[in-house]
Design a protein around this ligand. Structure first.
Ligand SMILES: [Ca+2]
Ligand SMILES: [Ca+2]
Ligand SMILES: [Ca+2]
Length: 321
């Protein structure tokens, strides 16, 4: 997969603009969210842990910063359950294994998912200085990440853990060349294997995730949790248009399987969530290949946004549960 991934990765670096904001502009979701571990799963967070990766092209040697918007859990933005009593631990990892260790790329926080060297950590509860503001970690030397030969990039990992309480911490990330403002790293990107997030809170809004399909993939299985049957989920690609996916109800998982056709290999596909209600909705999403390996999805889609080509459009059978 990875050599081809690198080539397409380079081609997609023209989408630098806000590629290092997580969530990105093209994903169009409001916030990442991590609930305190005492919160019931019905709030939309299945495991109270979130891992995200940032990639810095090997050619970039300047310092980088990882910034968090509203890292606190209190005041603005956050989901209060009774009184704010939650703490969130943010930890940044680099070095050998931070990305290559398979536990780091799992959909669940099990085994050695905190692999690599701990570079920085901070635990926040109610914190006025972080509320509605950006805080910065770094500077980090790109070499403090883990160099990946296939991506030709140094990779950093940030883990958010809801270590106590029952509130929802809403936040955003940005990988910057500056400590005090959001300036993207040229050619930088971000990716993840599972995401817990708040949908943009307006009827008809469309969120998108862009998994990259490698040449070995023949089928994908999308899983979503606690969507509250709040609209529609669809898959789009170079060969699929508005293909319906199963959606979950309150505190439930749902999945559907789609076959991958030849033309979709080495491209990004689009999983689209179209929201119906005007109520806040937090939920979780991931996608597996036929080997039950998690498929990464990128803040800036590899190869650019997938564009449907009518002539190769196919309808595939969806297995549902
Ligand atoms: Ca806040
Ligand atoms: Ca927050
Ligand atoms: Ca929900």
């Amino acid at each position: 997969m990875r050599t081809i991934l690198y080539i397409i990765f380079l081609l997609s670096s023209i989408h630098v603009a806000m590629a290092q904001m997580v969530p990105s502009k093209v994903e169009n979701i409001a916030y990442l969210v991590t609930f305190g571990k005492e919160a019931a799963a019905k709030w939309g967070d299945d495991d109270h842990v979130q891992s995200n990766f940032f990639s810095v092209p090997g050619s970039y040697t300047g310092p980088i910063f990882i910034r968090i918007y509203d890292a606190d859990c209190g005041g603005k933005e956050d989901q209060q359950n009774t009184a704010f009593n939650s703490k969130t631990k943010f930890s940044i990892y680099g070095g050998k294994g931070c990305y290559s260790n398979k536990d780091a790329r799992s959909i669940n926080p099990i085994g050695n998912f905190k692999s690599g060297n701990l570079l920085a950590t901070k635990t926040l509860g109610v914190d006025e200085t972080a509320d509605g503001n950006w805080i910065s970690f770094g500077p980090f030397d790109p070499k403090d990440g883990e160099f990946d030969e296939d991506l030709k990039a140094n990779v950093f990992k940030i883990i958010a853990e809801g270590i106590s309480g029952d509130d929802g911490n809403l936040y955003r990330y940005f990988m910057s060349t500056s400590e005090n403002q959001n300036l993207g790293v040229p050619g930088g990107n971000a990716f993840y294997y599972e995401l817990t997030y708040r949908l943009t809170n307006s009827p008809g809004s469309k969120a998108h995730f862009y998994p990259f399909i490698d040449k070995y993939t023949i089928a994908v299985k999308q899983y979503n949790f606690d969507f509250d049957s709040d609209g529609f989920i669809r898959m789009n690609s170079i060969a699929k248009k508005l293909q319906s996916c199963n959606m979950s109800n309150d505190a439930k998982w749902s999945y559907s399987i789609a076959k991958i056709v030849e033309e979709e290999k080495n491209t990004s596909i689009d999983i689209e969530f179209i929201k119906k209600s005007n109520k806040p909705n937090d939920m979780t999403f991931y996608i597996l290949n036929q080997y039950d390996e998690a498929v990464p999805f990128f803040a800036s889609p590899i190869g650019g946004l997938p564009k449907y080509k009518y002539k190769i459009g196919v309808q595939t059978t969806i297995e549902t549960q």
